[in-house]
Design a protein around this ligand. Structure first.
Ligand code: GLU
Length: 304
């Protein structure tokens, strides 16, 4: 498969059309990013890399980090954690409060904000030094010790994160948060502020294409069964209330973030990261989704 030729052609086509989206501004620090940034990195299990554009610029991975905290929590807690959150698509915006009220403080899934906040609470209980230990886990998957949090972004979100504060407090009132509310929010904002480039993100996501085994060290990072379940959750819940549409158009397990990134995998074949900051109304990268739709069409690599 001539991935490079296909990636070049689709990228040029996408860049010649307007993005028709808006860079996220509800976290003020995020609005400083150029809307013209565009990066692609695809890496295969057979060890080949293909890229385009700004694939080596680091960006804020935001909610893509929810896959990584889910991975660590699932590894540490196993199936017992599913009493505190579900695995159903929410059909609601990422920061919605309504459903949580009538479902008694049990989030629909770990890839919406309420679910990720419960996962943060689990990790705070499980880890000795949560922010440091989680960062080390991410660095160990990537084999890259320079991956880090962006303090400015974490602080910017903390100042404006009134909805996330409302979500944790609501869940605390239902006794589904065990730790201090401010500590949960602080951990969550730090995980969201992680910065990576498309190459680093694609390399991390390759573990989900490889049944939980690091393709670089051969070490099992999570069991094949857990990797399968995480892919299933990405497939059904990775794009908030656009998850069905993403499955329909692209047909790969994946996760978006409001920094404009998307990580996706074709199990057994490749992982890919795309980055383009302008978002649609659902909080997903416009050009990112358009690119992936064309990629799985041209390479016939949708899992369906
Ligand atoms: N940190 C963002 C928030 O909680 C993450 C949202 C996202 O990337 O979709 O609002």
């Amino acid at each position: 498969m001539d991935y490079q030729h296909i990636i070049d052609n689709i990228s040029k086509e996408i860049l010649s059309t307007s993005s028709r989206g808006e860079v996220a501004s509800y976290i003020p620090e995020l609005s400083n990013v150029s809307p013209d940034k565009f990066g692609i990195h695809l890496t295969t299990l057979s060890g080949n890399d293909f890229s385009y554009g700004d694939n080596l610029d680091r960006f804020s991975i935001q909610s893509i980090s929810k896959v990584l905290t889910l991975t660590l929590a699932f590894k540490l807690k196993g199936t017992s954690m599913w009493t505190r959150l579900g695995v159903e698509p929410s059909g609601n915006p990422f920061n919605s409060l309504v459903q949580l009220e009538y479902e008694n403080g049990i989030p629909r899934n770990p890839l919406i904000n309420s679910g990720a906040l419960v996962i943060s609470d689990i990790l705070i209980t499980e880890l000795e030094n949560p922010k440091k230990d989680f960062l080390e886990f991410v660095r160990s998957i990537s084999g890259n010790s320079s991956i880090s949090y962006n303090q400015k972004i974490a602080e910017s979100e903390n100042k404006h994160g009134h909805r996330n504060a409302a979500l944790v407090n609501l869940m605390k009132s239902f006794e589904n948060i065990n730790n201090n509310v401010d500590e949960v929010l602080d951990f969550y904002y730090h995980q969201c502020s992680l910065e990576m480039n498309c190459k680093e993100l694609a390399h991390i996501f390759l573990l989900y294409a490889n049944r939980g085994i690091s393709p670089y060290t051969g070490k099992e990072l999570i069991s094949a069964s857990k990797a399968k379940r995480i892919n299933a959750i990405m497939q059904t819940c990775g794009f908030y209330d656009q998850s069905g549409d993403f499955t329909f158009k692209v047909g790969l397990p994946g996760k978006s973030g409001v920094g404009g990134g998307i990580g996706a995998v074709n199990p057994g074949v490749y992982s890919i990261a795309v980055w383009s900051p302008p978002l649609n109304k659902k909080g997903n990268s416009v050009r990112g989704i358009n690119f992936l739709e064309q990629l799985t069409t041209d390479t016939q690599s949708s899992i369906f």
